[in-house]
Design a protein around this ligand. Sequence first.
Ligand SMILES: C[S@@+](CC[C@H](N)C(=O)[O-])C[C@H]1O[C@@H](n2cnc3c(N)ncnc32)[C@H](O)[C@@H]1O
Length: 236
Amino acid sequence: MALKHWPLVRDLRFAQKCGRFLRGARKRRPDLAWAEFLRIARHFKQDDMGSFAERGYLFQLASDLPEDAQVIEVGSWMGASTCFLAGGLRGPRAKIFAVDNFQGLSTCGEDAAWYDRHFRSLGAKSTLDIFRANFATLGLSARSEPVVSDSLAAAAQLAAKQGAIDFIFIDGDHSYDACRADIRAWTPLVKAGGVIAFHDFGSRADGVTRAIFEATKAGAFAEIIGVAGTIIAFRK
Ligand SMILES: C[S@@+](CC[C@H](N)C(=O)[O-])C[C@H]1O[C@@H](n2cnc3c(N)ncnc32)[C@H](O)[C@@H]1O
């Protein structure tokens, strides 16, 4: 086991890095419920899908939504990003639809090998039970609805929500074709003035970056509202 995964070393690294992030975040946005962010971050200490800056930005974007906001996430994996989003939401009817095949299926070759390794070490064929257990442990289950489906099929299934979604976060298939198709399929569901954000912009998943650039040039989004790590967020 690598030294950084030893429980004591992991806890020290977590305390240092999360503490540093929170000191800055509390200065920048003293109005947000960072104690809730910390509670969720502690639960996902071993998560390696995003930095504190990225997780914090998702939490902030969700916190800034109106009460009872309706959110869609495309690509939820074990639900870490989903929980940070859910933790920021307010209101008894706020909901996040978590779209994923929950099998790490992807047309992106590099992703596929990575997921294969993960599933072998998990000894499982789906991340759905883990997703549900994470939400239950954090007491956030009422705010989430897993949609077990391929992304494009789910966009068709949720088409009745066209123009009614406050925020969509896309972190699914990272190939150029799939990301382009996701942008086309999901953007119409976001209401005017709503938010659409992506993970892995400017990362080594260059297909994602290309697809977002093209959509931006084609006028799919009204303005960029923020960047944190490899997350980029737009106002529609
Ligand atoms: C990078 S992971 C998501 C990580 C998660 N957002 C987080 O930060 O914790 C990408 C997820 O997208 C899902 N996925 C990839 N292609 C998909 C598709 N076409 N339809 C549905 N889910 C897909 C995979 O199963 C995987 O769980």
